[in-house]
Design a protein around this ligand. Sequence first.
Ligand code: ADP
Length: 276
Amino acid sequence: MEKKTVGLSDNFKGNTAPKNFIKNPITGTKFTIAISSAKGGVGKSTFAVNFALALKAIGQKVGILDADIYGPSLPKMMNINDKPKSEDGKSMTPINQYGIQCMSIGFLVDKDTPMIWRGPMVTSAIKTFTQKVLWNDLDFIIVDMPPGTGDTQLTFAQEIKVDGAIIVSTPQEIALLDVKRGINMFDKLKVPILGLIDNMSFFEAEDGKKYNIFGKDGVEKVAKDFKKEFLGKIPINVDLRIAADSGKPLVEENPDHPISIIFKETATKVKEYFFK
Ligand code: ADP
């Protein structure tokens, strides 16, 4: 009797083989940088807006794309209450605020409306934002990614040309675990990691004493272990928080603040990476 073996048919294997995606650059920009964090609440959006403004401060033309479909923060952080205009009913013009071209799902929906969307709708929104927005003559688009490793990250990594990623984390053990996952994801998807940022790194009291509230040097250690660049430490700072809540980020509000200087130093490092 003929022996039968159990296995996947060639047809099935063909269907499940990894697809070769075509990565389209975002039109209207030279470079796209994803700002990512493994966890929510570590200061990713605060970093993204201040970093974008720091790039502007050192002479770059910059846009911010808020890709956090489920929790957009750009309208509040940049104090934008307008809706983007469309000349032809197909494309959208980004909203200019503080000299930065901005786009967010938060401009299109009421701020109290929850985005109850399935993955494919998120993917479709991301494609609209990257292909149907009239980004104009930019050096950099800073993409504020949602936390984690979900649909948005996959869409970006597989279908959009991302030139580099910055991973923001607090030095806390629990956040670091996810940072390692984030590093592995970008490595796997062949997106170059520009470096890691240690946010809420420490708190400096008025007497100059430093408190390592979330732990010490954790992000720097992960960077070393994974042979990635360490881009620097941003302390817990009340001016940074107040400016973020007020809708005028600290780098714009007070460009000479010691924290703004840290942002500008980081922006200079990143700019030099791209424009050697
Ligand atoms: P995420 O985008 O990671 O969810 P946010 O940028 O929204 O995080 O930051 C969460 C909160 O922490 C905000 O209220 C923000 O103003 C505050 N924050 C972020 N970084 C700092 C910092 N270095 N010092 C003080 N407050 C910070």
